[in-house]
Write a protein of this length. Structure first.
Length: 382
């Protein structure tokens, strides 16, 4: 077997209303903080849940929410200047993936003497990181527990990967009550994206006993959230089940590896600002169909765990049922079913496959794939 090395330096807190404890965690660091806040949180009154704990403890802070659709080098440069001018003692990042990525890269390069562009070109941050707490307001994050941070180069609109310093994020606070502000369609799309993240980790050549355990538990929780818990005694709220499933899938991705859907959705989101959860959801049935050729037994196990297939079905039937389960969930929620429904052309998608081939993630997919292979997958989903 391959060597197994597990290191999650972050303190992880998953608890309802845990966001109210932010002030408690950061107070030992100092008194002045920068809050990276997803702009959408201002519209749904979640911002107060982040700022109130700081106000109650008389801590000084300012909010940065001038965020593009991704963590771009232009945004990073602007936010970094503000943070340094304020001489902050730490950073709080709250929101979805773009806020998490921006917070992690700012913490990584805060003490760097090089410019953000020089760090990006070298693909590695080497300085000691600034204090950082991450407060995800969605149920999943592909990169949160990995040493990698995706950044969009404003010069080319291409996504680049920076390797973060060890322990860049000191704590991750997962508050299931924050998921309540998502719409039903957002919950379904993110749940399917999380399922896809779990499947990618499960069929990866880098899968191991620990990532397998995390995947199976993640899929179980996602199934309970979607279909209900098969025992009357269990009364765990849906938002808690989704948070637990998302946490386990994110840990699985960090201890195994990401796959083609994650890579393509990252590149497509970077180029054309299309929501990554929609892209990953559209690609998922095609990822399953492709993986049936080499990981049929694993797909069938996932299918039975999420109760898309019963114990009597053959492996082939179970894998087919898993793909059909995803398609039915997409149809029930009226989510886009094809990439062309996202107002993107096949010529644009050809560029995406080229972008994907230039990232280091191309070497960690579920099977050996080239840009041409990725484009073939895209055409099937178009």
């Amino acid at each position: 077997m391959a060597d197994f090395v597990f290191n999650v330096p972050q303190k992880i807190i998953l608890s309802s209303y845990s966001s109210s404890r932010i002030g408690e965690f950061i107070k030992p660091w100092g008194h002045k903080f920068m809050i990276i806040l997803d702009p959408t949180l201002m519209q749904i009154e979640v911002a107060d849940k982040i700022t109130k704990p700081l106000e109650d403890r008389k801590l000084d802070f300012f909010i940065f929410n001038d965020i593009d659709e991704q963590a771009t080098t232009k945004t990073i440069d602007s936010a970094l200047k503000l943070a340094r001018q304020a001489h902050i003692d730490g950073i709080i990042a709250a929101g979805g993936a773009k806020a998490m990525n921006l917070g992690r890269v700012l913490a990584s390069i805060y003490y760097e003497t090089r410019s953000p562009y020089e760090v990006l070109d070298s693909a590695e941050a080497k300085a000691k990181p600034q204090h950082l707490i991450c407060v995800p307001t969605t149920m999943r994050d592909r990169f949160l527990f990995t040493p990698y941070i995706p950044v969009v180069d404003s010069r080319s609109s291409q996504v680049k990967i920076i390797q973060a310093p060890q322990g860049v994020c000191e704590a991750v606070i997962l508050d299931p009550t924050l998921i309540l502000y998502l719409s039903d369609s957002q919950k379904v799309a993110m749940s399917l994206e999380t399922l896809g993240l779990a499947i990618e980790s499960y069929i990866s050549p880098k899968a191991n006993f620990f990532s397998d355990m995390a995947v199976e538990k993640a899929v179980e929780r996602l199934g309970y959230a979607s279909k209900g818990v098969p025992t009357l005694e269990a009364t765990t709220p849906q938002e808690v089940l989704l948070s637990e499933g998302g946490l386990m899938a994110s840990i699985a991705a960090a201890t195994s590896s990401l796959g083609a859907a994650s890579l393509l959705s990252l590149c497509l989101n970077s180029r054309y600002n299309i929501t990554s959860s929609l892209i990953a959801t559209i690609l998922l049935p095609h990822i399953i169909d492709d993986a049936k050729k080499f990981k049929l037994d694993r797909l069938s196990k996932i299918s039975r765990i999420i109760r898309a297939a019963d114990a009597k079905s053959t492996d082939s039937e179970a894998a087919d049922a898993l793909a059909e389960y995803v398609r039915q969930e997409i149809a029930k929620t009226n989510l886009p079913a094809r990439l062309k429904d996202l107002s993107v052309t096949i010529d644009q998608l050809a560029i995406i496959s080229e972008d994907a081939g230039q990232t280091p993630l191309i070497n960690t997919l579920q099977r050996s794939m080239t840009s041409d292979d990725l484009f073939t997958l895209i055409k099937q989903a178009f």
